[in-house]
Design a protein around this ligand. Sequence first.
Ligand code: NAD
Length: 255
Amino acid sequence: MRLDDKVALITGAGGGIGRESALLFAAEGAAVVAVDINEASAAATAASIADGRAIHVRADVSSAGDCEAMVAAAEREFGKLNILFNNAGIMDSRDDDAVSTEESVWDLTMGINAKGVFLGCKYGIPALRRAGGGSIINTASFVSKLGAATPQVAYTASKGAVLSFTRELAVIHARENIRVNALCPGPLRTELLMKFLDTEEKKQRRLVHVPMGRFGEAREMAEAALYLASDESSYVTGTEFMVDGGITAAYVTPQ
Ligand code: NAD
C-alpha cells in the first residue's frame, strides 16, 4: 500500500477534505491522528477507521499548546510522525471587502488559516526530524493565485500567506528529507464553501469561472494529498499543487 508504515496527522479531520484524507490515508496503510476543534466530528472520523489505526485529538490549530499536544499525541500513540497535513481552515461569512470586514474577522481568519499552519509546522517539524524526514502538506487555495469574485479578503490573504510560507519552508528543509507542498483546491462542494455561497445565485456565479463547470469533491483533494504524502512524490517540494477544475489555467497568466 502507498502509505505502509507511515503515521499521518491531519488537522480539520472532522469534515470535508480532512475527513476524506483520513479515510483514504488509512486505507493506504497509514496510522492516522484525526485532529479537529470539533471533538465529536474528529472522533467520528477516527471511529470509521478500523483496528486501532486511528486516534482523535481535539485541538484548535490557532493555539500553540494544542498544536504541541497533538504532535505529542501522535508520537506517544504511534511512536513517530511521518506526514503532517495542515488542512484545518475557516471561511467566515462576515469576511468581505477591506472596508466592510471587521478587524476581529481578519484576526480570527489569519489566526486559524495562517498561524495555524505555522504552529503545526513549529511543533511538527521536530517530530518529522526525529522520524528521519517526512512530508508536510499545507492546504492553501486557488484564491492564493487570483482574486475571488465574491469578496473575502481575510481568507484570500490567509491563503497567500500559506503559499509563501510553504515555499520558504520547502527551501529551508529540503536537505533534511522534509518535503513541504501546498495543496491548492478549487471551489469544493464541502460545508465550508456551501455555507459561504449560500444562495443558488452565488453558487452559479462561482461556477461560471470553473472550466469543468462543477464544484470539486473532498475525495478528489484527498487523492491529490495522498500523492504528496506518499514516497511517489519523493522529488516534489515547494509546489503549488492546483487541483481546481482548471480555474487557474483559465485566469492566471504565467509570470
Ligand atoms: P470543512 O469546513 O468541511 O472542514 C474544515 C474542518 O476544519 C472542520 O471539521 C472544522 O471543524 C475544522 N476546523 C475549523 N477551525 C479549526 C481550528 N481552529 N482548529 C482545528 N480544526 C478546525 O472545510 P473543507 O472544505 O474540507 O476545507 C479544508 C481546507 O481546504 C481549509 O483550509 C479550506 O480553507 C481549504 N479550501 C477549501 C475550499 C472549498 O471550496 N471548500 C477551497 C480551497 C481551499
